[in-house]
Design a protein around this ligand. Structure first.
Ligand code: ATP
Length: 204
């Protein structure tokens, strides 16, 4: 999988968030998108996901052949604080529901995921009753266990305690090595495994 940004630019009203951004991202690599609060990390991840349009330049996605923009969501798994989860469901229901749209990595189902993320005791509790750290574990699980070649993680350790952060590293190590991973963050804890860095401040 490759993602190629070519002279990409995004503005909201008259404010350019980034401009003239040319960069190639490849499977088997992990990229930290860094920069101060409000610099445009989430905006860039959303543009790469195809959720928002660029104002100049382009983003091209390719596997064996070019992937059209309206199909790229099938190849992407996304975890971010601004993405909601269905809180009326229990964790088990939520994972089973999600699996119908995007299958999990082969051989893994909701039960095994719940065991691996250490949430057996909470699996039949409504997500609305979860703590913020438990919700984040559920979001990470839904994202990382999905069998998608591109993994976009925006502030992935939000609300996680030390054990939650260890779990995050374990999931990255176990399931993300061959994928294309982008982490939007200004906290090194979240992106210390990344072998590439892109500072959004360089594209102002
Ligand atoms: N829909 C929108 N309409 C107008 N401005 C927006 C919109 N979304 C984001 N912005 C602005 O774009 C800029 C970049 O925001 P973005 O959320 O991408 O930053 P960030 O680097 O992810 O920040 P943080 O580290 O705080 O999460 C900010 O000034 C923000 O106010």
């Amino acid at each position: 999988m490759t993602i190629a940004l070519n002279k990409a630019g995004k503005r909201f009203n008259r404010d350019w968030i980034f401009r003239n951004l040319t960069h190639q991202f490849e499977s088997g690599n992990s990229y930290a998108v860094i920069g101060a609060n409000g610099s445009g990390k989430s905006t860039l991840l959303q543009a790469i996901s195809g959720a928002i349009l660029l104002n100049e330049g382009n983003c091209q996605w390719a596997s064996a052949s070019k992937i059209p923009a309206d199909k790229i969501y099938q190849y992407i798994s996304y975890c971010a604080p601004y993405l909601e989860i269905v809180e009326e469901m229990t964790l088990h229901e939520f994972l089973s529901f999600h699996e119908q749209f995007k299958p999990f990595v082969p051989g893994i189902g909701p039960e095994q995921i719940i065991a691996e993320i250490g949430m057996e005791a909470a699996q039949h509790k409504r997500i609305a009753q979860f703590s913020s750290g438990m919700k984040q574990r559920a979001k990470l699980a839904q994202c990382i266990y999905a069998d998608a070649p591109i993994v976009l993680l925006d502030e992935p350790c939000t609300n996680l305690d030390r054990q939650g952060i260890e779990l995050y590293y374990t999931l990255i190590e176990k399931y993300c090595k061959k994928r294309l991973v982008l982490v939007g963050s200004n906290d090194e804890t979240e992106y210390r495994f990344c072998n590439n860095q892109l500072n959004i401040m360089d594209y102002k």
